[in-house]
Structure formats: C-alpha cells, structure tokens
Unconditional design. Structure first.
Length: 272
C-alpha cells in the first residue's frame, strides 16, 4: 500500500507531499534513492530501526533509529528494504525544509540524521500518536495538522532564494547559475552563501541535480526515447555528457535505470 497527497495551503508552500507506505519484505534487499534536490523525513511505525548504507559495498549498514531526516543529496542514498515496513514521510519542496529544520540546511546536506536531533522529544510523541491511528489517510491527516502547527512558529523563508528557485524551476534543463544570480541582484559570494543556507547545496550543484532529476522523471515516463534525444532535450552537451552525469549523480548508467514504480521515479532496486 502506498498513498501520497499534497497538503493544503499554506503548508503546501514548503511540503511537496505527505506519504504513507505499508509493505512486506521486498525481493530486492536494498534501493537507491536518486537525488531530487529536496530534503525528506521518514518516520517508521514498525519497531525495527531504519537503516542506510554508505555505498554499494556496505552490507552491514547504519541504523538511524525510528525516524530520520534525509538531507538534500547529490549522490544516491542506499536504503534497506529487506524487512516489512510501515512508514509515513514528508517530501519537502526545494528550499522548503529550511522553515522547519531549525538549522542552516547546509549542515544537513548529504547526511542522514536521527529526527529527534532536530525536533527533540516531540518526535517520539508524534510517532506514538501515528502508531495509535488506524489507516494511512488518517495518519496523513494527523501528520499534516502537526506540521501546520509547527509551521506557525517557523522562520520566514529567504525571498532571494525563493526567487532563485522559481527561476531555476522555469529552466530546469539549463543548469545555468549566472543569469539567476544576476536576476536576484546578489553578489556571487553572497548568493552562494544564502542559497546554501536555505537549500543545502550551492546554486551550481543544485542546478545540476535539478537537471538530473528532470531527466529521471522523463526516463520514468517514456520507454522509447534514445539517449541522444534525451541529451539534446535535457540540456546536456551530448550522450556522453548525459551518461557521465547520470553515473556521477545516480550511481548507475541510464540504461540500467529501472524505477520500482512509476510514481516513485527516484527509487531504483539494487539486485543481489
């Protein structure tokens, strides 16, 4: 079972979707989570701790606890799928997590941290309430209401970064920082600092991840597009450039990309 939905305003300005999943152990024991340019939160309602792996050769993994914050990343995150799981989660918008994290986003980039390190004892109370609530839809109702109350005391977002993110979103395949920096009227150094604090990545790195994520979404949606066509449409110099970027950011080749489901294009099974 998998359910996701967009929250109501004003929460939808910072959260792209809330989701709930309940499943048995999967045939594949691990999955890659490809970069999307956004932070996320996962809360396990089952008792086994959530586990992440350092790389493809790491067979032991690292137990995070029952709730985690996944910082924005520019390399694949490897997660454990070997046991049954019942979880709820939050997928933030790019730059949206800054309103609720309580720390500069650069401190979380590329990291997986226990959620109570950021939100304290409130995490355990929220998890208990979610465990006591029957049904995925009701759990998402509870989570949305909890986040809405937390947002009321959140710090306002950086308007310069919000403008920059809108400009990047309007040209997701270009991966060009100069025109965006000029449009928002910041010096290069100040723009990088403000953007990293709000998003977690530098503008240049974010633009590359956004271009990659746009490509991944297209690959998940079409079956017959050739790599040369995808490179041309996706803002890459040529097919070789596309393939190299895919390996750098995704950890696999475009030809090996197979999402576990059409509505989860960033999740790719790891065999063996």
């Amino acid at each position: 079972m998998y359910l996701q939905r967009r929250p109501a305003a004003p929460l939808d300005a910072v959260v792209a979707c809330l989701w709930a999943s309940e499943r048995g152990a999967l045939v594949h024991a691990r999955e890659r989570i490809l970069p999307s340019g956004c932070d996320s939160v996962v809360i396990a309602l089952h008792e086994a701790p959530l586990r992440r792996f350092a790389d493809i050769d790491d067979r032991c993994g690292n137990s995070i606890g029952n709730a985690l914050w996944q910082g924005v990343h520019d390399a694949p995150v490897l997660r454990d799928t070997s046991a049954p799981a019942c979880v709820v989660g939050i997928s933030f918008r790019a730059g949206g997590a800054a309103a609720l994290a309580g720390v500069p986003m650069g401190e979380l980039a590329g990291r997986t941290v226990a959620l109570d390190a950021l939100w304290g004892s409130a995490v355990a109370r929220l998890r208990e309430r979610l465990q006591d609530t029957a049904g995925a839809a009701a759990r998402l109702d509870l989570l949305e209401a909890w986040l809405y109350r937390r947002l009321a005391s959140a710090r306002p977002g950086d308007p310069v970064v919000a403008q920059a993110l809108a400009l990047f979103a309007s040209m997701p395949t270009r991966a060009e920082v100069g025109p965006v920096q000029l449009a928002v009227g910041c010096s290069p150094q100040r723009f990088v600092a403000r953007f990293r604090d709000a998003v977690g990545l530098t503008p240049k790195r974010y633009a590359r991840v956004l271009r990659f994520h746009t490509l991944v979404q297209r690959l998940a949606a079409v079956d017959d597009a050739g790599l040369a066509e995808l490179a041309l449409d996706g803002g890459y110099v040529d097919q070789s450039h596309l393939s190299n970027e895919f390996r750098r950011l995704g950890g696999l080749t475009p030809m090996a990309y197979r999402p576990v489901a059409g509505d989860r294009p960033t999740h790719v099974a790891i065999g063996g």
